[in-house]
Ligand binder design. Structure first.
Ligand SMILES: C[S@@+](CC[C@H](N)C(=O)[O-])C[C@H]1O[C@@H](n2cnc3c(N)ncnc32)[C@H](O)[C@@H]1O
Length: 242
């Protein structure tokens, strides 16, 4: 999993939630992947009780190896969470919700396991907002759309426009009251490990070989001429349990 491009998003979320204080609070990271968000929360000095859950066994194993002081559990959300009522002050979920088939059941469960007045922070890239500064505009548009609509094998569901829907999902449930926010990741370097470069490698399997090679070559040239530009927006929703 690409962490380099995401670190600044994680730091933005930690700052929004003021998680660098010593105040003890219990936090669930729903769909924690390899645990890097909770790792940063722990490094930021929060005296919190941290739990990460994810449906991927290999990710949970990796998370436990990387962050042995944090509790990680392998659990696939399928309508219910195997967690007690009113157990958490905060639930964070980053780039997971598009995969969840029954989003209303997920919201009901978040509401159930949060303490009174608890907070949910959901963040999601809106993949249609990916911008590449390329000469071949049509190919670039098709590449972004193909990535946005890509349902990967481990996903039950996919929605490349999930970011823009977060606020409506939570506010419309009548169970949370809060506000939206956004975070823009901008890159000016095209090299392995950057978000724009790594997504372009994913795109290789989604559009024609010739088209992909043309686009990739253009981006390398742009990079050499200091004209490379990539950006993608994550939309956030932070709400309090009603
Ligand atoms: C794009 S990754 C994001 C991981 C992490 N939140 C991050 O931002 O780095 C999506 C994660 O959601 C997990 N996931 C997908 N469907 C799930 C489900 N039904 N229950 C629990 N986790 C799920 C995947 O295994 C994957 O680790």
């Amino acid at each position: 999993m690409n962490i380099i491009g995401k670190k600044s998003l994680f730091e933005h979320i930690i700052a929004c939630l003021n998680l660098s204080s010593d105040a003890a609070c219990s936090i669930l990271d729903f769909g924690c992947g390899t645990g890097d968000f909770l790792g940063l929360v722990s490094n930021a000095g929060s005296g919190s009780q941290l739990l990460g859950i994810d449906s991927s066994g290999p990710f949970i194993t990796r998370a436990s190896e990387k962050h042995p002081n944090i509790n990680f559990v392998c659990e696939k959300f399928d309508g219910k969470l195997n967690l007690p009522d009113a157990a958490f002050d905060l639930i964070v979920t980053i780039d997971v919700i598009e995969c969840i088939s029954d989003k209303n059941a997920m919201i009901d469960e978040f509401h159930r396991i949060l303490k009174p007045g608890g907070t949910v922070l959901a963040a999601h890239w809106d993949w249609d907002t990916m911008l590449y500064n390329a000469e071949s505009k049509d190919i670039a548009r098709r590449a972004v759309a193909a990535f946005s609509d890509w349902k990967q094998p481990w996903m039950d569901n996919c929605d490349g426009q999930m970011g823009r829907k977060l606020r409506g999902l939570f506010e419309g449930s009548g169970k949370f009251r809060g506000k939206p926010d956004s975070f823009n990741l901008m890159e000016t370097s095209y090299r392995e490990g950057t978000y724009g470069f790594d997504r372009m490698q994913d795109i290789a399997r989604l559009i024609g070989k010739e088209e992909h090679e043309k686009l990739h070559r253009e981006l390398i040239e742009k990079n050499e001429k200091k004209e490379y530009f990539f950006s993608v927006t994550s939309f956030l929703y932070c709400g309090e349990k009603i």
